[in-house]
Design a protein around this ligand. Structure first.
Ligand code: AMO
Length: 452
């Protein structure tokens, strides 16, 4: 009996020249040239070309005549070096092709609702998302989530190296962490609860015990507006650190983690970046930082738009300040700090020299906010005072306050949205493309119910 071949992946085929191998995957495109049939076989790490020649295998030729796009197949074949001039530099397997000896259909596929074989899918966003189970198979769509996986993994790796402890925050919470009405209420065994807007309060409690903590959590925002940069469900990458000297320690840590993420994406996602024809955002030696008022002043002076005195930057301001900083310094990133204290959550630390402004910060990149954070109020008395000023009920937040009653050193932290970073790195025009199953005002997968 012939020995069963172990499966070889498409990208490894080039190591088996003149040998027989077995591949498994999906048929991407089939081209019938009469005397020969060609198809591209896609597996989890790439694509390889298969040639079916009736002179080599009559049976394979018969099977290949009937297979269509997205059939799952097993191919036993001989690895041949491609003739000079037919090498495909865009493929890891581009120097070889597989001459089919035996083809087995593992699963048939019905006719596709659209062409999956082209390099770009060119579908409208609703179609792309409605057919996620299919569109996720496309290499360019897969590239988005490969980049995202590297971003999240790099975030984890960086903080582990820095001695941060990973924790899980709850998703069902009794209170609103960030303020505002943008929350989803849930009926929790007859009590009112919410889907967490941010692990903020939990991460500060956990920090008070573990000193340095991070989490990768889902957060939920009932944003009533439909924009290209907001989702209702976000992967939030959070960190919090104790024993800081100043808010700038938090800023520097944020800068380091972004640098680390970009380095890993550059190293591990060359093909993905090439598919999207994008270069990584430029991070210079020291990322510029400006106070909100300095940023508004620059916008006024350079762009002639007077937004001085506004409590925050709007999307147009964010775009303009990034443009200005890019021109002045070459940096695609800029930190903006010092927001009006009373317009931000109660936990943000007011600047002791100018308490109307706080030590909160945002990191902007190419016109979009990537991250928010800053120093927090750690003094128990000051925190109690803030609770009062923000008109909160001290009893309702006493679990949080308890941590600070028993000695919490100066501390701070920040959070990124994983989809925002992915969207920006790949320069996607809509954040929904950077979420496998995006949630927004209009979308919750209606065709995924097990109810009768
Ligand atoms: P903030 O609300 O600014 O801060 O959120 C932090 C980061 O999360 C991402 N983000 C979103 N991404 C997509 N859609 C949304 N609706 C959305 N909302 C937020 C952004 C944003 O910069 N507790 C603070 C963080 C901290 O201070 O540690 C917070 O949640 O990238």
């Amino acid at each position: 009996m012939a020995q069963k071949l172990t499966r070889v992946l498409s990208s490894e085929a080039k190591d088996f020249i003149d040998k027989e191998i077995m591949l498994r995957g999906w048929v991407k495109i089939r081209r019938d040239h009469g005397k020969l049939i060609f198809f591209d076989l896609r597996d989890r790490n790439g694509i390889v070309q298969v040639i079916v020649n009736p002179k080599v295998s009559e049976d394979s030729y018969k099977v290949a005549q009937d297979i269509r796009a997205e059939y799952a197949v097993e191919v036993v074949g001989r690895v041949n070096k491609r003739p000079e001039g037919t090498v495909n530099k865009d493929l890891a397997s581009g120097t070889v092709e597989i001459e089919a000896i035996k083809i087995k259909v593992l699963a048939e596929a019905e006719t596709l609702p659209f062409d999956m074989g082209a390099d770009d899918l060119n579908l409208e966003l609703p179609t792309l998302l409605d057919h996620r189970s299919l569109t996720l198979r496309h290499p360019k769509i897969q590239a988005i989530f490969k980049v995202q996986a590297v971003i999240i993994d790099a975030f984890r790796e960086f903080f582990k190296q820095e001695g941060f402890f990973e924790f899980q925050a709850p998703s069902v919470v009794p209170a609103v962490a960030e303020g505002g009405a943008e929350v989803f209420a849930v009926d929790y065994f007859g009590h009112k609860a919410y889907l967490s807007q941010s692990p903020q309060l939990y991460k500060q409690i956990v920090m008070s015990a573990f000193e340095r903590v991070f989490s990768v959590n889902k957060i939920f925002r009932a944003e009533p507006s439909v924009t290209t940069r907001h989702l209702a469900e976000v992967v939030s990458l959070d960190a919090e650190m104790a024993f800081i000297d100043s808010w700038t320690d938090v800023k520097d840590m944020a800068e380091q983690v972004v640098r680390f993420i970009l380095q890993r994406v550059e190293k591990e996602c060359t093909n993905e970046l090439r598919l999207f024809k994008v270069g990584l955002p430029q991070m210079i030696d020291k990322t510029p930082n400006l106070s909100l008022r300095e940023a508004q002043e620059k916008i006024y002076k350079i762009k002639g738009r007077d937004v001085r005195g506004q409590k925050d930057l709007n999307p147009e301001d964010e775009r303009e300040i990034c443009e200005i900083i890019k021109r002045e310094t070459g940096s695609d990133f800029v930190f903006i700090y010092g927001y009006p204290t009373r317009h931000k959550p109660f936990y943000v630390y007011p600047n002791p020299d100018e308490p109307e402004y706080n030590e909160g910060m945002d990191l902007l990149c190419r016109g979009l906010e990537w991250l928010s954070g800053g120093r927090r109020v750690n003094d128990y008395q000051q925190l109690k005072q803030h609770v009062k000023l923000w008109k909160m009920d001290p009893k309702k937040i006493s679990m949080f306050l308890e941590a600070f009653r028993y000695g919490v050193p100066p501390e701070g932290g920040f959070a990124f949205g994983a989809e925002r970073i992915t969207m920006q790195i790949l320069q996607l025009s809509n954040i929904r493309e950077a979420s496998m199953f995006p949630r927004d005002m209009e979308r919750v997968d209606e065709r995924l119910s097990t109810q009768k």
